[in-house]
Ligand binder design. Structure first.
Ligand code: GRF
Length: 229
């Protein structure tokens, strides 16, 4: 197998997507490895999980820097110190400026809990329920300076149930996030997700539908036996 691509994960909190990436990298044939997990908050629970897996961690606290460029320089330096080639944002709650985005252009990916370009920003699940949307999901995309925007690598579709609360919907979407983020990292690490113009062109060989997870319609709304005419 060719060398595994060294990856760094940026977190701010719980780190369940981080954990999904760490776990995926344990497979011997996975094309990436996690070299460092960096949090902008020292109390992020994800840091402890990373440490328990023997992964190097670092805290780059944005409040200890005079301005965004100084913060981002330290982030960048820490990633480079660990030989990072691909950056994965996983619940990282700082907006990044052009300075950082350019340094990691097409080498930095993010996961967002909606089917982008719909529902960028925070409180996605509340807004989706308010709007009566029937299908939502999650998206992994390359990072651009505009929030939750950039060429889309992979998406997963998730049904919205009439009984859902923001929490139950968030749990269902999160389960999809944990499946789709490792898939997207694999595609990027293998060089199978190339940015052409403002879109991603995928080389999926015989698995053309791989980057889209979608529940079968029967699972969303099972038709009772005998009711079809
Ligand atoms: C996830 O829903 C992710 O899509 C969003 O922030 C949340 C982070 O959760 N960007 P976790 O820290 O990965 O558990």
């Amino acid at each position: 197998m060719t060398a595994r691509r060294k990856s760094g994960i940026l977190i701010s909190g719980r780190g369940s997507n981080m954990a999904a990436l760490i776990d995926a990298c344990k497979a011997p044939d996975f094309p990436a490895e996690i070299s460092v997990v960096i949090s902008n908050r020292a109390d992020a629970p994800g840091l402890e999980r990373a440490r328990s897996d023997g992964i190097a961690t670092a805290v780059v606290d944005h409040r200890q820097f005079d301005d965004r460029p100084a913060f981002e320089e330290q982030l960048d330096r820490t990633l480079r110190d660990h030989g990072v080639e691909i950056v994965c944002n996983a619940g990282f709650m700082r907006l990044l400026t052009e300075f950082f985005v350019q340094k990691w252009y097409n080498r930095q990916i993010n996961i967002h809990p909606s089917l982008l370009p719909a529902y960028t920003g925070l409180h996605t699940h509340e807004r989706i329920l308010q709007d009566g949307v029937r299908i939502t999901g999650c998206t992994v995309h390359f990072v651009r300076t505009e929030m939750d925007a950039g060429p889309i690598i992979a998406q997963a579709a998730v049904p919205v149930l009439t009984t859902d609360t923001p929490d139950t919907l968030a749990d269902r979407v999160l389960a999809a996030e944990h499946a789709v983020y490792p898939l997207a990292l694999r595609l990027v690490a293998e060089g199978r997700a190339r940015v052409v113009g403002d879109k991603v062109v995928l080389d999926c060989g015989d698995h053309a539908t791989e980057p889209l997870y979608s529940p079968p319609i029967t699972q969303i709304c099972a038709v009772p036996a005998g009711s079809q005419s």
